[in-house]
Design a protein around this ligand. Structure first.
Ligand SMILES: NC(=O)c1ccc[n+]([C@@H]2O[C@H](COP(=O)([O-])OP(=O)(O)OC[C@H]3O[C@@H](n4cnc5c(N)ncnc54)[C@H](O)[C@@H]3O)[C@@H](O)[C@H]2O)c1
Length: 263
């Protein structure tokens, strides 16, 4: 199996719609030993979602902006496993006034919150877990991106945060390569999760994808994204780092809807 014997930490499970939940499921199906993290008022939901995995996983508390939580997670994993083979960063948050077409009026604090929780947090996780990867002699970190080379409707400061996250991915790849830690991002097409539903006007993305993606895109199925994350966590991507892999039905490659009118 792809992840036989791998010890993997997965953040960002809220419901069983979460991309991270599907990642945990596929990782377990592929032989990984998984621990989840949950956050704040969502902890209970995470614990309930964990019960629906093939093997209910332990849930550790991690507010990525709380240094004590990060230290506690690292020391719990140290005691449990002694090292770590992979970690998934599936964390994003932007205040309401940083989304939804309010770009010109967003206060700096809201843009900063989006940046800190959605982009800087990947560095926080990487540095917090580095001693465990060093103990393992190597590792793989994967984050979740949404393509942001162009401006979108409504995505606003989250788009700016995702641009920063791509850059953070490259700098982490630069600095962690010496420890044989690979750092990559999966750029997913739109999926109807709690985070997505909190973005006003998100449905517009689904219809644009239906028109333009050359492969059929099912916004209710995170499994293709989960599978790619598991490939990047595995030994089958040993020389890939600083990369952004699109799992979006090919949408990013196509400039406008339309194509051959006959086959
Ligand atoms: N749903 C999509 O269309 C889509 C597309 C591309 C990328 N993504 C990205 O995938 C990732 C996972 O999102 P999702 O769509 O599965 O939604 P989700 O709502 O299930 O997950 C978002 C997670 O972020 C966590 N989180 C927020 N603030 C946190 C904090 N301070 N500390 C720790 N955790 C915190 C939440 O607890 C939640 O588990 C996000 O980075 C999101 O931007 C989503």
């Amino acid at each position: 199996m792809l992840l036989d014997g791998k010890r993997v930490l997965i953040t960002g499970v809220l419901t069983d719609d979460s991309i991270a939940w599907h990642t945990a499921r596929v990782a377990q199906e592929q032989g990984a030993d998984v621990v989840l993290t949950g956050f704040g008022r969502g902890m209970r939901l995470t614990e309930r979602s964990s019960q629906r995995l093939p093997n209910p996983a332990d849930v550790l508390e991690l507010d990525i902006n709380d240094p004590d939580d990060m230290l506690a997670v690292a020391s719990e994993l140290e005691a449990r496993w002694g090292g770590l083979d992979g970690a998934v960063h599936a964390i994003a948050f932007a205040p309401e006034d940083a989304l939804g077409g309010n770009f010109l009026n967003t206060p700096a604090e809201s843009a900063q919150t989006a940046f800190t929780t959605s982009a800087f947090s990947f560095k926080t996780l990487a540095v917090g877990l580095l001693p465990l990867f060093q103990a393992a002699g190597q590792g793989s970190l994967v984050t979740l991106d949404f393509d942001n080379r162009q401006a979108w409707p409504v995505y606003d400061w989250m788009g700016v945060a995702k641009a920063a996250l791509e850059s953070v991915t490259r700098y982490l790849a630069r600095d962690l390569g010496r420890y044989r830690v690979r750092v990559n991002a999966v750029s997913a097409g739109p999926l109807t999760t709690v985070a997505a539903r909190s973005i006003p006007g998100f449905a517009a993305f689904e219809s644009v994808w239906a028109d333009r993606a050359p492969l059929v895109w099912d916004a209710s199925n995170p499994e293709p994204v989960a599978k790619m994350i598991c490939v990047l966590l595995s030994d089958w991507a040993p020389a890939t780092t600083g990369e952004i892999v699109h799992v979006d039905g090919g949408f990013h490659a196509i400039a406008a809807a339309g194509g051959p009118t006959q086959t």
